[in-house]
Write a protein that binds this ligand. Structure first.
Ligand code: ADP
Ligand code: GLC
Length: 471
């Protein structure tokens, strides 16, 4: 089986969030004697592309409406990953020092068209084309409808929805950017009066999956306008829980950590990492450390942190450390907390991969009060590093964390996203921490919970095979 993943992000090349982690891991675990899994992504101007050497394997021109752009397909001179990776270099549009911006319609359309133009030149076309999120959402439509891609009509494609909040909407005025198709089919592109790449992909893909079973069910009720579409298409939709890359996220070998540890050395290992964090961020090591890592956006519930943290910190019983960036007003309020609660609160506003690993290792609790969480990887990283997750019961969080009050429970769960829910959950964490023997037992236990990709990678293979069985 030969399959290609097409994605805007892939770790360690370009990462904004969990999409990169998934696309950087799943192909590794799919690659086996019977499966060849490859990735195609844009060529951005970033550290990875600056420090590595690439060779050109294909050169051509693509057309976007009336404009032509030169493009190249590049690959690494020396293979660095456990799968083959190809880069679409459209210098005028994609080679920027960011992944997402305001001009994404043209940028990601160019990416999708260049990708398909190149795939057309392959002697043997892939058995499956696997698209991720709305940035690649027009591919299933183009494979099915664009005249120039007729060769792909029988090539099955799969769409994975990592986050249905973002759909890539653009106006019908730009429909001419899409390679020519029978205009009677324009309805396939439309949802609610605009061109909606995610909706078009849900309509045209042969199979659709979300990144947790729980999220698939929730989307039928709340999907940022796509509820009816997902209900209508439910027979081809399924939920497959993400895994985590145990080769990257292993506290025994993680080269970002100050001290590596296993479930046997968890106490001393976590302590050394916590000390480093507390020294660096001027926090009291004797208090339990609650942390948050993530995008400061409404979906993550982070707008409630300033009020919740202010109330909790007044009691002087906990330390809090936050890593993230996003909404400016939230960033501003969090910065103010630093001054008010010196010694018990600190944050790093920005993106720092190395620091995130040390936080997973050194924190005692990880907060995730998400309003929407299609899967969430942070809670699984926290578990792997022996850090208790505190999560809202939603999407993938609900599928992966069991509250300590339930049988075999190991985390702290809350039902709603309010300041008082967050405060109550932190207080429950505090009580748990005070019972050091129970707290330590849990830490060892959660490190062994298996969220590696092995099982989920097999689920994807089953998904591809289910297409064959039906054709
Ligand atoms: P999402 O993709 O919705 O942001 P996930 O939980 O799936 O959420 O994945 C987030 C990923 O991004 C994790 O690998 C997390 O560690 C990482 N991450 C998020 N924010 C930051 C940050 N500011 N610095 C470093 N890593 C971050
Ligand atoms: C999205 C979701 C997140 C998920 C990630 C990887 O960014 O917001 O919940 O874990 O994709 O699938």
């Amino acid at each position: 089986m030969n399959l290609v993943h097409i994605s805007a992000e892939c770790y360690p090349i370009a990462k904004v969030g969990g999409l990169a982690d998934v696309v950087g891991a799943l192909p590794k675990y799919q690659n086996s004697a019977a499966t060849t899994s490859q990735v195609i992504m844009p060529f951005y101007d970033n550290t990875f592309t600056r420090v590595n050497a690439f060779k050109i394997i294909y050169e051509s021109q693509l057309t976007l409406g009336d404009t032509s752009y030169d493009f190249k397909i590049l690959t690494l001179k020396k293979p660095l990953l456990d799968f083959d990776i190809f880069f679409v270099d459209v210098p005028d549009l994609l080679f920027k020092d960011y992944v997402y911006s305001m001009d994404d319609t043209e940028r990601f359309l160019a990416f999708q068209i260049a990708t398909l133009d190149w795939l057309l030149s392959w002697e043997t076309i892939p058995d499956y084309i696997h698209c991720h999120d709305h940035h690649t959402g027009l591919i299933p439509f183009m494979l099915q409808e664009s005249f120039k891609y007729e060769r792909f009509r029988e090539t099955p494609n799969v769409l994975t929805i990592h986050n249905a909040q973002y759909q890539g909407w653009f106006s019908h005025d730009k429909v001419n950017l899409i390679p020519e198709f029978d205009f009677d089919k324009v309805g396939l592109l439309d949802w609610g009066g605009s061109i909606n790449p995610l909706a078009a992909a849900i309509k045209c893909a042969w199979r659709v999956n979300t990144v947790s079973p729980g999220y698939m069910e929730e989307l039928k009720i709340s999907a940022n306008g796509l509820e009816h579409l997902l209900s209508n298409e439910s027979t081809k939709c399924t939920g497959i829980l993400n895994g985590i890359d145990w080769k990257v996220w292993d506290p025994e070998t993680d080269h970002f950590l100050i001290s590596n540890y296993s479930d046997k050395t968890i106490i001393s290992g976590k302590k050394t990492n916590k000390k480093h964090l507390c020294d660096t961020f001027n926090l009291d090591i004797n208090k339990p450390l609650f942390a948050f890592i993530g995008r400061l956006v409404g979906e993550k519930g982070s707008d409630l942190f300033p009020d919740a943290f202010r109330a909790i910190l007044q009691k002087e019983e906990v330390s809090i450390l936050l890593l993230g960036s996003g909404q400016p007003q939230v960033e501003h309020q969090l910065e103010l907390l630093k001054g008010d609660f010196e010694g018990s609160y600190n944050n790093f506003i920005g993106y720092d991969e190395a620091l995130s690993h040390v936080i997973y290792a050194g924190a005692d609790f990880l907060l995730m009060p998400s309003r929407v969480e299609p899967c969430g990887l942070n809670q699984m990283y926290a578990l792997r590093y022996g850090t208790i997750p505190i999560v809202r019961r939603i999407g993938g969080l609900k599928d992966t964390v069991i509250d300590i009050s339930e049988t075999n429970g190991f985390g702290i769960c809350h039902d709603d996203v309010t300041v008082s829910d967050i405060i109550h959950a932190i207080n429950r964490g505090l009580s748990l921490y005070k019972d050091q023997s129970a707290y330590r037992k849990l830490g060892k236990y959660i490190m062994k919970i298996d969220h590696s990709w092995d099982a989920s990678a097999k689920e994807y293979i089953k998904l591809y095979n289910s297409i064959k069985q039906n054709t």
